[in-house]
Design a protein around this ligand. Structure first.
Ligand code: ZN
Length: 103
């Protein structure tokens, strides 16, 4: 084998190693982008939490606090039966949050 052919062979092997990694790197890049979108969504929600808290109207029997803070939605809490004498119970029909409040 000539020196030129030997160098060409080595260069080809090196190039092949990079080419063989393309699929794995593309897959890794997609995973990073998916994760970035997920984190951005959580960051957006965190940034909105204080605004939503300021907008949250605290009145017994009105809005679900979880839906208000997490989703920015006004979902009424529905009263549910309570066996306890001095406790009123409420449930959110959307997220299922149950809250016991002093009667
Ligand atoms: Zn809710």
């Amino acid at each position: 084998m000539s020196a030129e052919a030997k160098l060409r062979e080595i260069a080809t092997e090196l190039a092949d190693r990079h080419v063989n990694r393309i699929l794995a790197l593309e897959k890794e890049m997609l995973e990073i982008e998916r994760r970035k979108t997920e984190v951005q969504s959580k960051l957006d929600a965190a940034n909105l939490a204080n605004d939503r808290l300021a907008d949250y109207q605290i009145k017994v029997g009105t809005d679900c606090p979880r839906c208000a803070i997490d989703l920015g939605r006004r979902i009424p809490l529905n009263p549910i039966p309570s066996d306890e004498r001095f406790v009123d119970k409420f449930r959110c029909r959307v997220c299922g949050l149950e809250i016991d409040l002093p009667a």
